[in-house]
Write a protein that binds this ligand. Structure first.
Ligand code: NDP
Length: 332
């Protein structure tokens, strides 16, 4: 029962491949180059991993070959950066990649059981809602696509990314509703993903957008220069397991799942760094405000995923392992 993981050399995807292998599934990953495929072959040496090259997920028929003979799909490949000049740069690969894999399945593997796609909390959050607010799977971001439509290249890059995730997820559910395939769909909506790196990435500058946020915390940052982090967090290993469970837990079919442990703020990051890496010599957080400050923030309620799919590890562990991994990989 082989599964296909797209964008396998990405930060989340490489953990997702590992989680599937650990759960006993042979994995085929799509990558953009042979060099990245070989890196993964070495990483997963001795395990049933193979790769195929899909240079651009935007192309029609990009996944026609890749989907053959697999029993499940986890589609995670999608551009995640804030460097786009036009919204279409992100929207096209996000939407075409999602619809494209469904079309390829229809053509070449219609009897597959289930398809899981990685959406984002970005397709849940309405950026105009006042704080505090707790988001659940019932919520949709209907703002970012409109902003991009109206402002085009003048839309903020964050809005372009958010719009790409909203439009891709909407296209996914619409395709399933219209086409009524034999398979069902599950969507994972991760919050900010942190945790150790196992994917190919040689330079700090090339880090994926979420882990890059931790880099300033690997140095002795003065109190007045602490980045104002106000996120919700999920560990990359837990999020990967959510993808595995999304493919295997029968009642997950047809549902979206927020993958989030809950609010995680700069104060929490300082507390963890100060505790586990005293040699960095950064300023400490304030333990007395941990609970109260989190209540005042935006909460991404990931309790459904904890119940139906897999429970979360502690936030402190994620922060510790992210910093440790960054220091190890880049000599920070
Ligand atoms: P990465 O940038 O590490 O992974 C993105 C993957 O998509 C890479 O493998 C990349 O290939 C591939 N990709 C992007 N564009 C194309 C394209 N046009 N053709 C082929 N492949 C492409 O980021 P993450 O691991 O963080 O993100 C993975 C998924 O998770 C994305 O869907 C993202 O939206 C989602 N997500 C991430 C969150 C986070 O905090 N990290 C939060 C919520 C959702 P290559 O490596 O060769 O560039």
């Amino acid at each position: 029962s082989k599964v296909l993981v797209t964008g396998a050399s990405g930060y989340l995807a490489s953990h997702t491949v590992e989680a599937f292998l650990n759960a006993g599934f042979p994995v085929r990953g799509t990558v953009r180059s042979a060099a990245k495929g070989e890196y993964l072959k070495e990483l997963f040496k001795g395990k049933p991993f193979e790769y195929v090259i899909v240079p651009d997920i935007s192309e029609e028929g990009a996944f026609d070959e890749a989907v053959k003979d697999v029993e499940g799909v986890a589609h995670t490949a999608s551009p995640f950066h804030f460097k786009a000049i036009y919204p279409e740069e992100l929207i096209k690969p996000a939407v075409n990649g999602t619809v494209g894999i469904l079309e390829s399945l229809k053509k070449n593997n219609p009897n597959i059981k289930r398809v899981v796609i990685t959406s984002s909390i970005a397709s849940v959050l309405d950026p105009t809602f006042p704080k505090p607010h707790t988001y659940t799977e019932k919520d949709w971001n209907n703002v970012s696509p409109k902003t991009c439509e109206e402002k085009g290249k003048d839309a903020p890059p964050q809005e372009m990314y958010r719009a790409s995730k909203v439009l891709a997820e909407k296209a996914f559910w619409k395709w399933i509703e219209d086409e009524k395939p034999a398979f069902d769909g599950v969507v994972i909506n991760p919050a900010l993903i942190l945790g150790p790196l196992i994917h190919p990435c040689d330079m700090v500058e090339d880090l994926n957008s979420s882990v890059a946020m931790v880099v300033p915390f690997t140095k002795a940052v003065p109190r007045d220069q602490v980045p104002p982090v106000a996120a919700n967090l999920v560990d990359v290993r837990d999020c990967a397991l959510h993808h595995v469970k999304a493919l295997t837990v029968p009642e997950a079919g047809g549902q979206r799942f927020i993958s989030s442990l809950g609010p995680s703020l700069a104060n929490d990051w300082l507390l963890a760094v100060h505790k586990y890496f005293p040699d960095i010599g950064t300023v400490d957080g304030d333990p007395s405000i941990v609970e109260s400050s989190k209540k005042a923030e935006i909460c991404h309620d990931g309790s459904k995923a904890a119940k139906v799919l897999y429970p979360y590890r502690a936030e402190e562990e994620t922060l510790r392992d992210t910093v440790e991994s960054l220091r190890e990989r880049f000599n920070l």
